[in-house]
Design a protein around this ligand. Structure first.
Ligand SMILES: [Zn+2]
Length: 246
């Protein structure tokens, strides 16, 4: 790993990785009635990822390292307080249709694209899952972060085959290794000075609210995850997200 660390530091001056395990506490993640809780899986993969990155020479900051709820704004604030960091949000996907499957990776800012591509190809290369591609989306945690940020959807917990994999230590360890590899192998990122996070935001529409990470930016409040037992209120725009259903 020492060699990898040298490579990484030669490529970029990013020295810190902020790992963001999705959901936590009362926010289980996923969809109502989902058997495998997303929050447990995201934390487990993240805790496996941490020592791998540390061994490679990175400083690692976790937005949570236990099963607690952390508001999205806090997660973003943590990320933004490390200017020499990259931000990696770990999630698993879910859909009402059990056949929905595969791995997808999201980014928003242009400077995040190489990181997203690198991690995505690494995960897809190491998993027996379908490749759903790298996508640009205006998720709250991606568009509010001022450092390179990616959101990984490491397979569908509502898909029987993928859920079965996700529940094995071996697969979660493999995922962590592939994420680490993707971070270490990423191409050099554009210099911060040549990029502004604001310049490209106009052309990406906001996503309909649906998950904790799908926070609407209109209005002063940021909606959070609806509770799983509640009926959806009709005022909540909740067209099922296309990325999970198509
Ligand atoms: Zn999630």
């Amino acid at each position: 790993m020492a060699a990898l660390a040298t490579t990484a530091s030669a490529q970029t001056r990013y020295t810190t990785v902020v790992i963001d395990p999705g959901h936590g506490g009362f926010d289980r993640g996923g969809i109502p009635g989902q058997r495998v809780p997303e929050k447990i899986m995201t934390l487990d993969v993240s805790l496996r990822l941490k020592p791998l990155l540390e061994k490679a020479g990175y400083r690692v900051v976790m937005t949570r390292n236990t099963d607690v709820f952390v508001p999205l704004g806090t997660r973003v604030a943590i990320a933004n307080s490390y200017p020499n960091a990259i931000f990696v949000c770990v999630h698993f996907n879910s859909a009402t249709r059990s056949g929905a499957n595969g791995i997808e990776t999201y980014f928003y800012s242009t400077e995040s694209a190489p990181l997203a591509a690198s991690i995505h190809s690494s995960i897809v290369g190491g998993a027996p899952f379908e490749n759903r591609g790298v996508r640009r989306r205006g998720y709250f945690v991606l568009r509010r972060t001022t450092i390179p940020a990616v959101l990984l959807e490491c397979g569908f917990l509502t898909n029987p085959a993928e859920a079965q994999y996700a529940q094995t230590d071996a697969y979660r360890q493999k995922l962590a290794q592939e994420i680490a590899r993707g971070i270490l192998n990423r191409p050099a990122l554009a210099a911060r000075t040549s990029y502004t996070n604001r310049s490209s935001r106009v052309d990406v529409g906001l996503q309909p609210f649906l998950d904790q990470r799908f926070v609407r930016e209109s209005g002063t409040k940021h909606r959070r995850h609806r509770t799983s037992t509640k009926k959806k209120s009709s005022s909540t725009p909740k067209k099922k997200v296309s990325s999970e259903e198509q």
